[in-house]
Design a protein around this ligand. Structure first.
Ligand code: XUL
Ligand code: CO
Length: 438
């Protein structure tokens, strides 16, 4: 018996159920455009917010009952946490989970102890995964919580800190590989700066580029087939994070010759903090060919920080879903609930209610987006908008056969007089809204 074991397995009961511990829309075996809903969404529960965060904030102590937490985590505490986490995963029926090394293991003081403690818990995680059939979407090393990382990990001014980071990443990448993880994530929470006055930006970027190259090289050496993903975020905790958004990550990857090796894990609330729409980040990643996975959550429109709330607005997610479906789906990625309860949500049941609501929201967005795609009107609207590019002039330009002078001369000689055409934005918005009925 653990904190999360007295809720019956969560099942699909349809929109009219009175049971709050049931899915109303998420029916994992329902076929959507030729694929099961579970395969479209590949939902994951994150270890850190759900089991490793007691509800503290910068003004107050923890509020949530998490008896396995404390300033130092012993092996017994890590084991109790594992028990509770897998009870929750099994009851919820989520196919995947995600973790940071230090979320799951006993606290370590040295590099050797860190490796040992991670291996100890890895063996126990392996057993739990086999017993529950829960799989690993991705693992990641926490390179931001310990005071040693205050000035960064792969961008630290201290090479010993850089070495610690290498040790943590090697350990966690190898553990992720042995646990059958589908991806490995690097979120550079402290890879950035608080002030440029004391920061050698070029040297830090070079160190970071080298670090990532070492990670990629090691991935190949051990035969890990999953994707290496960088998770963009503009700031928080640092004033400026180098991986500020998809475009910045892509430029970084190109510069260091890693664009074919590393993809991105896009988080909704990080996109909004960067002043971008979630669908912008998804479309940019698809356009650059670096889409990897999604951390699903939402911010609060009136707050400028990472509130990491559970998603509850399906309509808002539909444009990104349309792009994802048209882009061929999530591939090896998934929807990881990088979302946390509010501090007053002190009942164990709240963690179920949060995930059930979040998963149903994704199911609603998926069904609406599938209808939009199947209807083809939006795709047609877009296609006809660019139709002229399929004509003779468009093709001559696209194929690179005209240089600037030749095109300019042609514009003059043929007396180009383009006519204004409607962009049909309002219709496009209606085409989304009318399908949001689930
Ligand atoms: C922080 C964040 C992290 C990463 C993993 O904003 O999103 O939880 O997802 O380190
Ligand atoms: Co995240």
């Amino acid at each position: 018996m653990s904190l999360f074991s007295d809720i019956a397995p969560v099942r699909f009961e349809g929109p009219d159920t009175a049971n709050e511990y049931a899915f109303r829309v998420y029916d994992k075996d329902r076929q959507v455009l030729g694929k099961r809903m579970e395969e479209w969404l590949r939902c994951a529960v994150c270890y850190w917010h759900s089991f490793n965060w007691p509800g503290q904030d910068i003004f107050g102590a923890g509020t949530l009952p998490r008896p396995w937490l404390g300033p130092t985590i012993t092996q017994e505490m890590a084991d109790a946490k594992l028990e509770a986490a897998f009870d929750f995963l099994a009851q919820l029926g989520a196919p995947y989970f995600t973790f940071h090394d230090i979320d799951v293991m006993a606290t370590a003081k040295t590099v050797k102890e860190h490796d040992r403690n991670l291996k100890t818990i890895e063996a126990r995680i392996q057993k739990k995964m086999a017993a529950t059939k829960v799989r690993l979407l991705w693992g990641t090393a926490n390179l931001f919580s310990h005071p040693r990382y205050a000035a960064g990990a792969a961008t630290s001014p201290d090479p010993e800190v850089y070495g610690w980071a290498a040790a943590q990443v090697r350990g966690c990448l190898e553990a992720t590989h042995r646990l059958g993880g589908q991806n490995y994530v690097l979120w550079g929470g402290r890879e950035g700066y608080d002030s440029l006055l004391n920061t050698d930006l070029k040297r830090e970027l070079d160190h970071y580029g080298r670090f990532l190259a070492m990670v990629v090289e090691h991935k190949h050496r051990i035969g890990f087939k999953g994707n290496i993903l960088i998770e963009p975020k503009p700031f928080e905790p640092t004033k400026h994070q180098y991986d500020r958004d998809v475009a910045a990550v892509y430029a970084f990857l190109q510069h260091y010759g890693l664009a074919n090796e590393v993809k991105v894990n896009i988080e909704v609330n990080h996109a909004t903090l960067a002043g971008l729409d979630f669908e912008h980040e998804v479309c940019a990643a698809l356009a650059y060919g670096i889409f990897g996975s999604i951390d699903i959550n939402r911010g609060d429109p009136r707050n400028g920080w990472d509130t990491d709330q559970f998603p509850n607005n399906a309509q808002e997610l539909v444009p990104a879903f349309v792009a994802l479906i048209e882009g061929g789906g999530l591939g090896a990625g998934g929807f990881n609930f990088d979302a946390k309860l509010r501090r007053q949500s002190v009942d164990p049941a709240d963690l179920y209610l949060a995930h059930i609501g979040g998963i149903d929201t994704l199911a609603r967005a998926l069904l609406a987006a599938a209808d939009v795609v199947a209807e083809r009107k939006l795709a047609e609207l877009k296609r006809t908008r660019y139709q002229a590019w399929d004509g003779e002039l468009g093709q001559r330009i696209e194929s690179g056969k005209l240089d600037l002078a030749a095109l300019a001369d042609l514009a003059a000689a043929s007396d180009f007089r383009p006519t204004e055409r409607s962009g049909r934005q309002e219709l496009a918005e209606s085409l989304i809204a009318r399908h949001c009925k689930y």
